[in-house]
Design a protein around this ligand. Structure first.
Ligand SMILES: [Fe+2]
Length: 538
């Protein structure tokens, strides 16, 4: 296999600002035509194979394993990054404006392309994990076009530099730009980047395939072609606002280095800004506050409600203040309330944790004691905020680890689910039996009926969401899991295929002869003859 092409410091810094990266994989260019023709054949003869697409189109692996794509993944997620079982082929028929050419086609034809893109602008939900959005670079979305993508044939649109946004604003909808390029174009983005589909006005089908990747562990050291530890803002970037403090924090986190912000306050007797500042002026004002505890009340008043660039600046300005900001932030988190739909359903939910939680996270080690207190609160919203910020930063201590294990026994499924993810980020060998215990939950008959008999999309029973997160954590800890091989092997037959796939990956990492034998036997039964199709059964 050729060596991966790693990103440079400048490319990683560009990604931190813009939230995306466009690549051209160095593969035989004929492969794009082969893939495109196979897509057309599938569209004509079969249904969308969903997560099973690579069994039908193994050529896609050449794209994913190309030196440029592998190099970008290693650079941004670490050498041992994980490929999520979910992948999806997004095709749009020739001349169709609706998403899948369905009943909404008539309605969409009455609208302009700009209007459609604006309406479709969204941030994806973490399915089936149902976790929260992350400022830290935890998940990446990969998109690939098998044919030349022009403005006419329905390119994906993106709103650059929106990956740290809590929601999609009208301004984001206005800023959408098309991702176009020749056949073979790959587009990699932070999972929370705002994006949208667009109408296919051409006379050919539009093909795009999406894959998802996540990191196995937080960065121990830079995994890209790294030369300088100092953050350098790119000369040109796509953000309308200079939100330097969030960019520098993400850079430091990726470099696994302490924040070296030595910005002291320019204003010893802090004075609030003049009224009626523009957003840009307000961002600049906050970015220059520095380590000024007298600004805490003002900064906290900017959280959750104001313009996103102001919110983001205030979050990380509180992080710069650090120790003195912890107590007021914890008080605010304790008083915060879950958005109305938080507990409606687990599967398909998209959680946005509070700005105060992001700010507490940015306070670094000063916040650790308070985080373990938050975990002990008997309030699911407070607990999931605390769990998510631990999961994002990877910061922990013995007390936090014990409290997270305790959360696995919560009466709230959502708390158990978040704790199951968090253990994979901070846990160790001792946590593995706790994760295995989660698989002893019995499926409730009505949940099982919903999934197996009614086949509702996104309607996974809560147990399966929890099991998915537990399996992902087992995979993150798999290199310490040798002695649990037998217990993990038993989970290979899990009825939720995405769990089964993660468990198979665990066995691969465990790598003993017996684990590999079990894998071969399992996949031997599920072998696939690529020459078989609906028209030819033998
Ligand atoms: Fe999407």
């Amino acid at each position: 296999m050729p060596s991966p092409v790693l990103l440079s410091d400048a490319q990683v810094q560009q990604f931190i600002c813009d939230g995306y990266l466009v690549l051209q994989p160095s593969v035989n260019p004929n492969i794009h035509k082969v893939i495109d023709e196979k897509f057309s054949w599938l569209a004509e003869h079969e249904k969308n194979p969903g997560n099973n697409i690579t069994a039908r189109l193994p050529e896609l692996n050449a794209i994913i394993e190309s030196p440029e794509v592998r190099g970008a993944m290693i650079s941004l997620l670490g050498e041992d990054y994980i490929t999520i079982p979910h992948r999806f082929w997004h095709f749009r028929e020739a001349g169709k404006h609706g998403i899948f050419g369905g009943d909404d086609e008539e309605e969409f034809r009455k609208k302009s392309a700009k209007q459609i893109i604006g309406e479709r602008s969204h941030q994806d939900g973490y399915c089936p994990s149902s976790t929260g959005k992350s400022h830290a670079l935890q998940y990446l979305r990969f998109m690939y076009y098998s044919h030349d993508m022009t403005l006419e044939n329905g390119p994906t649109h993106i709103a650059p530099a929106t990956q740290y946004n809590a929601t999609v604003s009208d301004e984001d909808r206005e800023r959408q730009i098309p991702v176009i390029g020749k056949a073979g174009t790959v587009f990699i983005s932070h999972f929370d980047l705002v994006h949208a589909g667009s109408p296919n006005k051409s006379d050919r089908v539009r093909n795009m395939i999406k894959f998802l990747f996540t990191r196995k562990q937080n960065m121990q050291s830079p995994s890209w072609d790294h030369t300088s530890a100092k953050w350098k803002t790119p000369e040109q970037h796509s953000s309308p606002y200079q939100i330097e403090n969030i960019w520098e924090q993400q850079w430091n986190w990726l470099c696994n280095q302490a924040s070296n912000s030595s910005k002291n306050s320019l204003n010893e007797n802090f004075e609030e800004p003049k009224p009626n500042l523009s957003t840009k002026e307000m961002v600049s004002f906050i970015q220059n506050i520095g380590k000024q505890p007298k600004a805490i009340n003002f900064l906290m008043s900017q959280l959750n409600t104001t313009h996103q660039a102001v919110r983001s600046s205030a979050i990380y300005a509180l992080g710069t203040i650090g120790k003195d900001a912890v107590e007021p932030l914890v008080r605010a988190i304790k008083q915060s309330e879950a958005p109305g739909d938080t507990y409606e359903r687990l599967a398909g939910n998209c959680i946005t944790i509070s700005d105060e939680s992001h700010a507490l996270n940015a306070c670094g080690e000063h916040a650790l004691d308070s985080i373990s207190q938050l975990l002990e609160e008997k309030n699911a919203w407070i607990q999931i905020n605390a769990l998510h910020l631990i999961s994002d930063s990877g910061q922990s201590n013995d007390k936090i680890e014990a409290a997270v294990l305790q959360c696995l026994k919560s009466e709230f499924d959502i708390v158990v689910s978040f704790a199951a993810i968090t253990i994979g980020r901070i846990g160790n060998k001792k946590s593995i039996p706790y994760l295995l215990d989660l698989f002893n939950t019995k499926y409730s008959p009505e949940n099982f009926d919903l999934m197996v008999n009614k086949l509702s999309p996104n309607a996974w029973p809560n147990e399966w969401v929890i099991h998915f997160n537990a399996a992902l954590s087992l995979l993150r800890l798999a290199d310490q899991a040798d002695e649990y091989e037998a217990n993990i092997s038993e989970l290979l037959e899990h009825p939720f295929g995405q769990v089964s796939i993660l468990i198979a990956e665990c066995l691969k990492v465990i790598g003993t002869t017996s684990a590999l034998r079990r894998l071969v036997d399992f996949y031997h039964i599920r072998r696939w003859d690529d020459s078989i199709c609906a028209q030819k059964s033998f």
